[in-house]
Design a protein around this ligand. Structure first.
Ligand SMILES: *Cc1c(COP(=O)(O)O)cnc(C)c1O
Length: 354
């Protein structure tokens, strides 16, 4: 049965490549000809150990991860990393610098305050996070500088990463694999899968080996990077199915030419949409031009307008989840890697026809 083509502009969980969804459906019936669903296979079985190992290697290749970093698959979402990173890295009394660029960074700040001295080095809160702050005063004694590379709710993105005195820690949940990245500038990179690389349930952590166990704190085993690294993310049952979908999504990305090719596609998709927002007198962007995200594109009516009416208009044309986050209103089109250019074209057409 063919469904009407739906373009899902959700901020997360978000669109995945069509082919990946089909492979995931097949794997739940019969995984790679093993005669069993992937959902019922032991994580200790050879095919699943191979799957996890291969996914880790794929990540290393796609992001050029240096040898002295571990790639981990954890649970608890990006949100647990807000705690786990300072808990494992920051000693009592040490300072970490945090940039405040949106609600996710505020949550990261709140958790880090339990484990050390948190210095909020910049904030765009007063302008409802509509830009990335340019004036940052780093602490001389910072252990690390935390950034949220893409602010999913507000539609801002660090186009150039700031310099750190120590190392950087990056929450890249909503733009990982969307552009090339110099991993070596970061001590830790983390991302929940459900924005740009798979389904909810698995969180990718890339961590420099010398930082594992740095704080010396006695932490619960499940929150200890050392244990997960030592056990190759198999300390307990990993979210095998979520890792499988990440694996297929990353193979899809690799076939397209990797993060460089993806970045070019993302730039042209975002340009299509921003050009229409600029051109169309009905709509406008609340976001500072130089900080606009390639992943999440918020827009609002230039004057008064009936938002529900436009959302319904789009929905009838097969374009869904375009409502802005409840904290900012308006509209938001999330155009992650897997959003085809046809989806963006359809939205631009709807904006013109409206
Ligand atoms: C969605 C999101 C989070 C929260 O992720 P969970 O996996 O739900 O914990 C954190 N940071 C950013 C930038 C996000 O977009």
């Amino acid at each position: 049965m063919d469904k009407q083509k739906i373009y899902n502009f959700s901020a997360g969980p978000a669109v995945l490549p069509d082919g990946v969804i089909k492979q995931a459906a097949e794997a739940t019936v019969n995984y790679n000809g093993h005669g069993m669903s992937i959902l019922e296979m032991s994580h200790r079985s050879a095919p699943i150990v191979d799957l996890v190992t291969e996914t880790r290697q794929l990540i290393r290749q796609l992001l050029n991860v240096p040898e002295n970093y571990k790639v981990l698959f954890l649970q608890g979402g990006a949100s647990l990393q807000f705690s786990m990173i300072p808990m494992n890295i920051l000693k009592n009394g040490e300072t970490a610098d945090y940039t405040e660029t949106g609600v996710w960074s505020v949550k990261a700040i709140k958790e880090a305050q339990r484990y050390g001295n948190v210095n909020v080095v910049c904030s765009s809160k007063e302008s409802v996070y509509n830009h990335i702050p340019k004036d940052i005063e780093l602490s001389a004694n910072q252990v690390y500088l935390h950034i949220t590379s893409n602010n999913t709710i507000y539609g801002t993105q660090w186009q150039k990463f700031p310099d750190a005195n120590g190392f950087m820690v990056g929450d890249m949940s909503s733009d990982i694999f969307s552009r090339p990245l110099d991993v070596s500038k970061f001590g830790v990179i983390y991302a929940g899968a459900q924005k740009n690389m798979g389904p909810a349930g698995v969180t990718m952590v890339i961590i420099r080996e010398d930082l594992i166990g740095r704080s010396g704190r006695d932490v619960p085993s499940m929150l200890d990077f050392a244990i997960h690294a030592d056990k190759d993310s198999m300390f307990n049952t990993p979210p095998v199915f979520a890792i499988y979908v990440v694996n297929r999504t990353l193979h899809w990305l690799q076939k397209l030419g990797g993060v460089e090719a993806m970045h070019e596609q993302n730039k042209s998709k975002a340009k299509l949409l921003y050009d229409e927002i600029e051109r169309n007198p009905l709509f406008t962007s609340p976001i500072a031009e130089e900080d606009r995200s390639l992943m999440n594109v918020p827009f609002i009516f230039a004057d008064e307008g009936d938002e529900t009416h436009f959302l319904n208009y789009c929905s009838e044309r097969g374009m869904v989840t375009l409502k802005g986050h409840r904290s900012v209103g308006g509209f938001r089109a999330s155009i992650y890697n897997a959003m085809p250019v046809e989806g963006v074209q359809a939205l631009v057409q709807a904006m013109q026809d409206y």
